[in-house]
Design a protein around this ligand. Structure first.
Ligand SMILES: C[S@@+](CC[C@H](N)C(=O)[O-])C[C@H]1O[C@@H](n2cnc3c(N)ncnc32)[C@H](O)[C@@H]1O
Ligand SMILES: [Zn+2]
Length: 392
């Protein structure tokens, strides 16, 4: 290796990567490894183990954008029920580090490294018989250029895991670029991270449907600078049309924070807000409006967490529990501090608003998206009334 490297440990796995003390940020290093994405990889491990248990068979995983290989290495070293892992990166330095890292594994007979362009690499898996149960797409920026080949390479039933880091595009700073890349307009609202996930899922749905798969999101989340979604795809022509019923638009009022969901494509955009009469309305989409978490999957994940060795078990357990709590909630969430600022009232405790909404037969929960926000099926005016009632 003609650059400084260092031996790291993540989870239970040892591996070499460029010495980040010498490069400052991962993007400056000759091969990619970002220690800050450990949480993403921990969650991915749990999601894969949960899925493997649900399938009740051994699986084959593909990591086509693997940097120094840490994901694939951890999948081999820390999961049960894995038959084989394919890792790949077009960067020569990364590939050489992967080869070196594979030698460190106890079980290095069930992993193979490649040095190809990711779409070409995935293309080789699209011929019959298909072997890939899980494809983990973790690129720089947007995953959209890899979704077609990933869908084509997947078995009739499998998982596609997507990370996107192009948050300016997905969170409404560049809505037209988003329409071009993801097929829907983003919108800069205080729940833009959820809109981002829904745009990514909408994009995946359109591509999957084209290849006769329907999508079934199992788990979706955001952390400061990225979004991640883990989705089951099942090839079944009869079921595909159901996906379209979960595809449409969100309209948002920038005056009162009210929003409407349109589960159809041919919408009459409202000119005035039904909640406050303002004309400050904008549209996000078309995007995915169905569930972004699966209750059963997350309950099973919590069982897996109990029995897996993790350095940050408490944090992960709490995170999965929050995802589970919000799994049956409708799209979007409300920033309580922002609403209270609008109506010039000091914010009550989140729990008291949630309890009061429950008493009035609404569903409501906290959300992992934001610590001062709630998800609920009550509309903005009813939320405001609930807050005011709590203050009197
Ligand atoms: C965000 S990094 C991957 C990080 C890795 N998955 C992890 O968890 O540490 C993206 C990687 O994809 C590689 N890459 C980008 N475009 C590629 C392409 N078209 N074909 C193959 N590799 C590509 C880059 O060299 C880089 O190592
Ligand atoms: Zn309004």
């Amino acid at each position: 290796m003609n650059f400084p490297i260092k031996k790291y440990k993540e989870g239970k796995t040892f591996f070499y990567a460029p010495d980040l003390d010498k490069y400052g940020i991962p993007q400056n290093a000759p091969a990619f490894y970002n220690p800050n994405m450990k949480f993403n990889r921990d969650c991915s491990l749990i999601a894969i183990q949960t899925y493997q248990k649900l399938l009740n068979k051994n699986i084959i995983i593909c990591d086509p954008l693997s940097g120094v290989g840490i994901r694939g290495l951890r999948y081999v070293n820390e999961l049960n029920g894995v038959n084989f892992v394919f890792v790949n990166d077009y960067n020569k330095n990364a590939y050489e580090l992967i080869l070196r890292n594979i030698k460190l594994l106890k079980n290095n007979l069930i992993i193979k490294a490649f040095n190809k362009e990711a779409n070409n690499f995935l293309n080789d898996f699209s011929i019959l018989p298909k072997v890939l149960d899980i494809i983990d797409i973790d690129p720089f920026g947007s995953p959209t250029c890899f979704i077609d080949t990933a869908v084509r390479a997947l078995k009739k039933r499998g998982l596609i895991m997507l990370t996107a880091t192009d948050m300016r595009i997905l969170c409404g700073i560049q809505p037209k670029v988003c329409a071009r890349k993801y097929g829907g307009y983003s919108l800069k609202t205080n729940y833009c991270h959820e809109i981002a996930i829904r745009l990514l899922l909408g994009c995946l749905m359109k591509i999957a449907n084209r290849f006769n798969f329907y999508i079934h999101p199992l788990m979706s989340f955001t952390q400061i600078h990225y979004i991640r979604t883990i989705v089951e795809l099942i090839k079944n022509k009869k079921e595909i049309s159901k996906n379209l019923k979960d595809f449409g638009y969100i309209s948002h009022c920038f005056k009162c924070n009210g929003r409407l969901i349109f589960k159809e494509l041919d919408i009459k955009i409202p000119k005035t807000c039904p909640f406050c009469g303002s004309k400050l309305i904008s549209i996000a989409g078309p995007l995915w409006l169905g569930k972004i978490q699966d209750k059963n999957f997350l309950s099973n994940s919590l069982e897996i967490i109990k029995n897996i060795e993790l350095t940050n078990k408490k944090k992960i357990e709490l995170f999965f529990s929050t995802l589970l709590a919000e799994s049956e909630m409708p799209p979007t969430y409300y920033n309580i501090h922002k609403i209270c600022k609008n109506i010039k009232i000091s914010a009550p405790k989140l729990e008291s608003i949630i309890n009061k909404l429950h008493e009035s037969n609404f569903i409501a929960s906290r959300t992992h998206f934001c610590p001062i926000c709630i998800k609920t099926d009550a509309n903005i005016n009813l939320i405001i009334k609930t807050i005011k009632d709590l203050k009197t």
